[in-house]
Design a protein around this ligand. Structure first.
Ligand code: MG
Length: 245
C-alpha cells in the first residue's frame, strides 16, 4: 500500500502525457517556413532596402519619381541636409524592421537640433532618431521615442560616431470600410538590443498636437527624415508580417 501514491502518480502522468501527445488538426501543420540568417544578420525572407551599394529601393518623398537625394559614403546612406525626406518605393503594412544609424561624430547643436532624423512608418508615425547621448531634450522627443507620444522605456543610446540599431515590430492601423478606426497601430522597439517601446498603442499621426487617425491606405511607404543633420544609415531590411493579425 505504501507504493500506491507513486503508482497513482505514474498513471496520472501517463494519462496526462497521452492527452497532450494526441494529434489534433494543428499538431503537425502548418509547418513553420525555414528562415536562415546570413553572416550580416539578414533573414533569408527579408526585403533588403539598403545594403550599402545603391539607393534603388528609395525615392524622394516629395517627388516619388525622382531618385533619393541622399548620398552613399563608405557604404552608408547619409542625409543630405535640406534635400528632403526619402521613402521606399514599395508600400508596407505590418513589418519587422532592422535599421542601423550613426549620429555625426562631430557634435553640433543641442536638444532636437543634434543628430535628428526619424523612421516614419506609413509617412505618418515617427520613431525618433536623435543623438541622445548626453543631450537633454523633451523625453517624448529623444531617441527611441514615438515622437511626441511616448518616451523610450530607457535611454539605450551610444556615443555619437558609433553605429546603433533599431529592431522594430510595426503593426499598422486597421480602418473599416467607412473610414472609421478599427484598431490603432502598435509598435515594439529594441534600441541596441534593449527594449524601449513595448507594444505601444500609437495614438495617431505623430506630428499632430492632438493626434487623430484619419483613414489611409493599408500599406504605405516607409519614410526616413531629413531634419537637416547628416545622420547615416546602413543595413536596412524588413520582413513582411501580414499574417500577424
Ligand atoms: Mg525626427
Amino acid at each position: 500500500m505504501r507504493y500506491l501514491p507513486q503508482y497513482v502518480c505514474v498513471v496520472v502522468l501517463c494519462i496526462t502525457a497521452s492527452v497532450f501527445a494526441a494529434d489534433t488538426p494543428d499538431t503537425w501543420k502548418p509547418v513553420p517556413v525555414v528562415v536562415s540568417v546570413n553572416e550580416s544578420g539578414v533573414p533569408s525572407d527579408a526585403i533588403v532596402l539598403f545594403d550599402g551599394t545603391n539607393t534603388d529601393a528609395w525615392c524622394s518623398a516629395k517627388s516619388p519619381n525622382a531618385p533619393a537625394p541622399w548620398k552613399i559614403v563608405d557604404g552608408a546612406l547619409v542625409v543630405v541636409p535640406q534635400s528632403g525626406d526619402i521613402c521606399t518605393k514599395i508600400a508596407l503594412k505590418d513589418v519587422q524592421l532592422h535599421i542601423e544609424f550613426r549620429e555625426p561624430a562631430e557634435v553640433k547643436g543641442s536638444s532636437q537640433g543634434r543628430g535628428n532624423s526619424g523612421v516614419i512608418f506609413m509617412g505618418r508615425y515617427e520613431l525618433q532618431v536623435l543623438d541622445s547621448h548626453d543631450n537633454p531634450t523633451y523625453v517624448k522627443g529623444q531617441a527611441g521615442s514615438v515622437y511626441n507620444q511616448h518616451a523610450p522605456l530607457v535611454n539605450a543610446s551610444k556615443k555619437p560616431g558609433e553605429w546603433q540599431k533599431y529592431d522594430v515590430v510595426w503593426i499598422a492601423p486597421r480602418f473599416a470600410a467607412d473610414g472609421s478606426l478599427m484598431k490603432p497601430a502598435r509598435i515594439t522597439v529594441f534600441h541596441n538590443g534593449v527594449i524601449v517601446q513595448h507594444d505601444f498603442t500609437v495614438i495617431g499621426p505623430t506630428h499632430m498636437s492632438k493626434p487623430v487617425y484619419t483613414v489611409h491606405a493599408e500599406s504605405l511607404p516607409l519614410k526616413l527624415q531629413d531634419h537637416h543633420n547628416p545622420v547615416a544609415f546602413r543595413n536596412i531590411w524588413v520582413r513582411l508580417l501580414d499574417k500577424t493579425e
